[in-house]
Design a protein around this ligand. Structure first.
Ligand SMILES: C[S@@+](CC[C@H](N)C(=O)[O-])C[C@H]1O[C@@H](n2cnc3c(N)ncnc32)[C@H](O)[C@@H]1O
Length: 338
């Protein structure tokens, strides 16, 4: 008998993530929850489309490259190793915990490494502070690193219990808990629908408002259970993704103002590239990819830029097998030609 099952990550311990395998309930309940192990690299995140990034940004000795989402430092390290003495890598990230990790990883390289705790929407200010006019390559690898998703302290995961925070940047003042406990029911529903196309947005918002009247919602575990209980069970095959996925995605995007920050970044970035320099953006959601596509088209139409990827690049089979988390990645690249 063929058995369909879904897997969700629970916690990360050293280089191993503990995951539950949820089997359909018609199977003996005693074996409904099996714990399995999957590998997470010791750095906490495997860089996506690394070969493609190097091929398109083509870092050369002495150049200035910018990694706008340093994360665990994988892309930064590969770029920096090619810049050599006289070259500079400028990196930024909103998450000081990732930045600290990357700083240690990037120590001792021949090139000059300068890391900033900043949002990529602030790219122009960062370059002004670094006293750099134009750069030869710019990378943005959007979204979350695996360690951020798996560490319950970030409050991003519906699979493990933690504070309902979701802020990547501790400078932000509003946590996800504040959003779910204060927004009006209609506004919560709109948020879930507009940012994540959640078809049960109204039911979920109603459930949240009813629950918070009794007691504020402060943990990821309680929110995930509320969302799951608001969604009617599907007949037939089990859901491929956890029913809480879209609600958590919408809240994370709202708390971190992801679309707004990406829009500001894409507007600012063209003028900061040297002639011959390229910008690569890796996105993981259709809304982000659409924004990148539109911004690149507008830049090409305005003149001075050439899109190098008419269709977005996607990971090859070998990468998909090695790192299934890369499956939704899309990379677009534009070059400044004049
Ligand atoms: C997918 S990870 C990057 C992984 C990295 N390329 C590597 O190889 O390790 C995305 C990173 O971008 C950061 N980030 C998300 N939004 C950001 C923003 N608006 N500005 C700067 N960094 C951001 C996250 O904190 C996270 O560390």
């Amino acid at each position: 008998m063929a058995v369909r099952f879904s897997i969700r990550a629970e916690t990360v311990m050293n280089s191993t993530a503990v995951v539950s395998v949820i089997l359909p309930s018609r199977i003996d309940p005693l074996i409904c929850r099996i714990v399995a192990m999957i590998e997470v690299p010791p750095t906490g995140h495997e860089s996506v489309m690394l070969g493609e990034v190097l091929a398109y940004l083509n870092p050369q000795p002495g150049q200035i490259m910018m990694d706008c989402t340093v994360g665990r430092g994988g892309h930064s390290l590969a770029l920096a190793q090619r810049l050599g003495q006289g070259g500079t890598l400028i990196g930024l990230d909103v998450d000081p915990r990732n930045l600290e990790y990357a700083q240690a990883r990037l120590r001792g390289l021949a090139c000059n490494v300068r890391l900033f705790h900043a949002n990529f929407a602030e790219i122009a200010d960062v370059l002004a502070e670094a006293k750099v006019g134009r750069v030869d390559g710019i990378l943005a690898d959007l979204g979350l690193s695996t360690n951020q998703f798996l560490d319950p302290q970030y409050g991003l995961s519906f699979s493990s219990d933690g504070p309902l925070d979701m802020r990547l940047d501790p400078r932000l003042c509003r946590t996800a808990a504040e959003v779910v406990n204060t927004l009006r029911e209609e506004d919560l529903a709109d948020l879930f629908f507009e940012l994540a196309q959640e078809r049960y947005s109204r039911r979920i918002a109603r459930k949240i408002v009813e629950a918070r009247r009794i007691c504020p919602i402060t943990t990821t575990g309680r929110l995930a259970e509320l969302v799951r209980s608001a969604i009617p069970p599907r007949g037939g095959a089990p859901e491929k993704i956890d029913p809480a996925t879209r609600t958590f995605l919408a809240l994370r995007m709202h708390v971190n103002q992801e679309m707004e920050q990406l829009g500001t970044f894409l507007q600012a970035v063209g003028g900061l590239l040297a002639v011959g320099g390229s910008q690569a953006v890796i996105s993981f959601q259709s809304m982000e990819d659409r924004l990148v596509k539109q911004a690149f088209r507008a830049a090409e139409q305005a003149g001075g830029f050439k899109i190098l990827t008419k269709k977005p690049l996607v990971p090859g089979d070998a990468e998909l097998q090695r790192n299934p988390r890369s499956r939704s990645a899309k990379m677009r690249v534009i070059r400044r030609v004049a």
